[in-house]
Write a protein that binds this ligand. Structure first.
Ligand SMILES: Nc1ncnc2c1ncn2[C@@H]1O[C@H](COP(=O)(O)OP(=O)(O)OP(=O)(O)O)[C@@H](O)[C@H]1O
Length: 345
């Protein structure tokens, strides 16, 4: 069987590099949270940073943004680094943090005008509000906006300076499907004009369908990097067979030609392999497993529950991090900072 997968984008890795983080390290106390993370983003690229809760995604973005001071490694954005001074450095990128807050009695249009004043050649605030779907709320106080509207406003503020690089921390969390589409429309328009986007997300479907490349961060290190389809093919993860786990499952499947790896999560066995593996595995199950474990009723149950399909980023995530994918849900909790902002910000 030939497998087709979603989410293949023409590579932009030939374009100039606009963000380069090399061997970034960060400790909180004696706990190493980033252990040498290197990330590169090219002009016009949308790059996803995915990984389990606590993997270090926000810490990485905050080190790039200059909110945290890394304990090692280097960062440059649009050719600038923190040593060029915070004012110059902060013009190199627009950032939308995981949590942000504005004065409660600031109206949407006032916030846009205020922030536009920081830049020599800002985006027209009214045009930006229109594109991001906030025009009808332009006179609404910040405190009266819904969570999703606040996310849209903070994204618009990040875009105002027409930055060459956008750093977004879970930009679609809390947005309704229509707002998500609007947001992706704006981002894709921007990347058409060479803006680069690096975004942390838990939404693997968006990461796969919208990003040119992903970095899978796990335990403070990069566990995988590249276009999703290339990563899956290179790892021999073309097809997935999912079935209830039994004591004999691993032994039987690992002997099937084309098998690559398996993970067991909460009693379900996820077996991965190259093209054709799943069909061979099912045939092996029908032919041999009854003899192996001697319980035909249970084997019928296992076969009835088995399903096969092409792999996607969820499978890469599971095999690389050992953690099953959790779909995105409610807006993120507020995190208390145990560390003051880095000096100079
Ligand atoms: N200010 C801080 N002080 C101490 N520990 C922190 C601080 N910020 C984050 N951590 C810890 O560092 C680790 C990485 O956190 P971080 O928020 O970077 O991960 P993440 O991948 O963004 O997680 P999530 O997906 O939950 O947002 C976590 O264990 C977290 O508890």
């Amino acid at each position: 069987m030939t497998v087709t997968r979603k989410g293949s984008h023409p590579a932009r890795t030939g374009a100039p590099v606009v963000l380069e983080a090399a061997a970034l390290r960060k400790n909180y106390g004696d706990r190493a949270v980033l252990t040498g993370v290197s990330v590169r983003v090219h002009e016009g690229e949308i790059v996803g940073l995915v990984g389990p809760n606590g993997a270090g995604k926000t810490t990485f973005l905050e080190c790039v943004e200059g909110i945290r001071r890394p304990d090692g490694g280097t960062v440059s954005v649009a050719g600038l680094s923190r040593s060029d001074g915070p004012a110059a450095y902060h013009l190199a990128f627009g950032a939308q943090l995981q949590e942000s807050s504005l004065a409660e009695r600031l109206r949407v249009a006032e916030a846009m005008e205020l922030f536009a004043g920081f830049y020599d050649d800002p985006w027209d605030p009214e045009d930006l509000l229109e594109r991001i779907g906030l025009t009808e709320h332009r006179r609404v106080f910040y405190r009266r906006l819904s969570g999703g509207q606040k996310r849209r406003l903070t994204l618009a503020l990040a875009l105002l300076g027409r930055p060459p690089v956008l750093l977004l921390d879970e930009p679609t969390t809390g947005l309704d499907p229509h707002a998500r589409l609007e947001l992706w429309g704006v981002l894709e328009q921007l990347t058409g004009t060479r803006t680069a986007v690096l975004l942390a997300t838990h939404d693997l479907h968006e990461a796969q369908s919208r990003c040119h490349r992903v970095y899978v961060l796990d335990g403070g290190r990069i566990a995988a990097e590249g276009p999703v389809t290339e990563l899956l093919d290179a790892a021999g993860l073309t097809t997935r067979l999912r079935l209830p786990d039994r004591p004999w499952t691993q032994g039987l499947l690992s002997g099937v030609p084309g098998w690559t790896t398996s993970r067991v999560v909460a009693g379900t066995h996820y077996a991965y392999g190259e093209d054709g593996f799943a069909e061979k595995a099912l045939a092996a199950l029908r032919a041999g497993a009854g003899a192996v474990h001697g319980d035909p009723v249970d084997l019928r149950h296992v076969l009835a529950a088995a399903s096969t399909g092409p792999t996607d980023l969820e499978d890469l995530y599971l095999t690389r991090t050992g953690t099953p994918y959790e779909p995105p849900h409610a807006p993120h909790r507020r995190r208390e900072s145990a560390e003051p902002p880095a000096a100079g910000d």
